[in-house]
Design a protein around this ligand. Structure first.
Ligand SMILES: NC(=O)C1=CN([C@@H]2O[C@H](COP(=O)(O)OP(=O)(O)OC[C@H]3O[C@@H](n4cnc5c(N)ncnc54)[C@H](O)[C@@H]3O)[C@@H](O)[C@H]2O)C=CC1
Ligand SMILES: NCC(=O)COP(=O)(O)O
Length: 365
């Protein structure tokens, strides 16, 4: 019988936008042979463009580059002659969309337990006629789920502390954020987060810190009314719903990241920050160190995550029937083909996908 430690999940790794740093970070990440002990990998993209990227990077004198011929490949020869390294186009957007769709289709038929996606450019999907805010929504639609979330996971290289951040809203204009933050949406996101922490991370009674929206969490209505009118009443109801889970907040968004940053860099002071009672926090919590953080909008969560963890952070889609991870960075057309793209986040994304897929297979929840 297969054991927890011997199970190697099958993962599909997409090429992302073929004109971007996608092929480079994939081939750099796969050069680490230890990945082969954790999972089996199938590449999804253009064989020809993977081979060209390999030849180009080797030609630059780089040695730690995996040969794409050493991996099974789902070869999708889309618009290959129109792809120019470093120059995104409707053709490269089209190709990246088809790679993702094929990876989803094959995962749904049971070929893979998870998908690791290299980056795509949303604007180039638009140019190619695909009207999606990002890969997350294509994955959710393909899987037939309407409740899903964008979660960022990063392990500190200094302390091994793990930063887990869920975004309540994602790729929408800032001015739409307050109206989008309904109690229903917030409850959906919190439910997903709690379920994911329990099922995928084995944290059964998590502590979750929830951010305010306005400066100083609204300062009792003087600097914004969303906390007073919406967020605090919502949180009080959630505390009744989840009596065994510590829901801390609403924490002013500027203060929230101090303790996580201290834990990340290894300077933890557990005593000096108390979430202000005026912001609706009734629990006696003397630290903002938590198992996870709920940020209310994209940049509220991702500025601190990328500031601390640009090379480590992983974007994972929760709520899907399969695992999906991705590096936190984008297409970086400005450096594509120069051989200088860092692959640590892509490698971490593959490792996390393998870990989550293994954990999910053996999870009792
Ligand atoms: N998972 C995904 O598919 C993501 C896609 N994007 C897309 O990427 C495109 C570009 O977005 P930007 O905001 O410019 O972010 P970006 O992450 O592509 O680039 C920001 C800066 O970081 C550098 N950089 C990025 N990745 C790097 C790496 N691995 N090694 C070294 N330097 C790296 C770039 O050269 C650039 O200076 C957009 O179209 C966006 O939608 C952005 C984030 C995630
Ligand atoms: N900022 C995160 C990001 O852009 C990832 O989006 P997605 O393509 O994974 O939906």
């Amino acid at each position: 019988m297969i054991s927890f430690s011997s199970f190697r999940p099958a993962l599909a790794v997409t090429m992302g936008d073929p004109a971007s740093i996608g092929p480079e970070v994939v081939l750099k990440a796969l050069a680490d042979p230890s990945l082969g002990e954790k999972c089996t990998i199938t590449l999804v993209g253009s064989r020809r463009l993977f081979q060209e990227a390999y030849g180009h990077l080797r030609g630059l004198g780089l040695e730690a580059i995996a040969n794409p011929e050493d991996f099974p490949m789902i070869d999708l020869p889309i618009a290959e002659t129109q792809i120019q390294r470093g120059v995104g186009s409707a053709a490269s957007g089209e190709a990246s969309f088809i790679y993702l769709k094929e990876a989803i289709a094959q995962t749904l038929t049971g070929h893979f337990q998870g998908i690791v996606t290299a980056p795509i450019a949303k604007s180039l999907w638009q140019a190619a006629g695909y009207d999606y805010p990002g890969q997350t929504e294509v994955l959710a639609q393909g899987a037939g789920v309407d409740r899903y979330g964008m979660l960022f996971v990063a392990r500190s290289p200094y302390t091994q502390w793990q930063l887990i951040t869920l975004l309540a809203t994602t790729h929408i204009p800032l001015r739409q954020v307050p109206d989008t933050l309904t109690p229903e949406l917030l409850s959906d996101k919190l439910d997903l987060l709690i379920h994911c922490l329990q099922k995928d991370f084995g944290i059964h009674a998590p502590k979750i810190v929830i951010s305010g929206l306005n400066p100083h969490s609204g300062e009792q209505g003087k600097l914004g009314t969303e906390e007073r009118d919406l967020l605090i009443p919502w949180l009080q109801k959630e505390r009744l719903k989840y009596p065994n889970i510590s829901l801390v907040g609403l924490v002013p968004p500027d203060t929230l990241w101090i303790h996580p940053a201290q834990a990340w860099y290894g300077h933890v002071d557990r005593t000096n920050i108390e979430p202000p009672p005026s912001a609706g926090n009734t629990r006696q919590e003397n630290t903002l160190l938590a198992d996870a953080y709920l940020a209310l909008y994209h940049d509220q969560g991702l500025i601190p995550v990328k500031l601390m963890a640009f090379e480590q952070a992983i974007n994972t889609t929760i709520g899907l029937p399969f695992i999906r991870t991705s590096p936190d960075h984008g297409t970086a057309f400005d450096i594509a083909g120069k051989g200088i793209a860092k692959a640590a986040s892509m490698k971490a994304a593959i490792e996390l996908a393998a870990e989550l897929a293994r954990f999910r297979k053996f999870s009792q929840i």
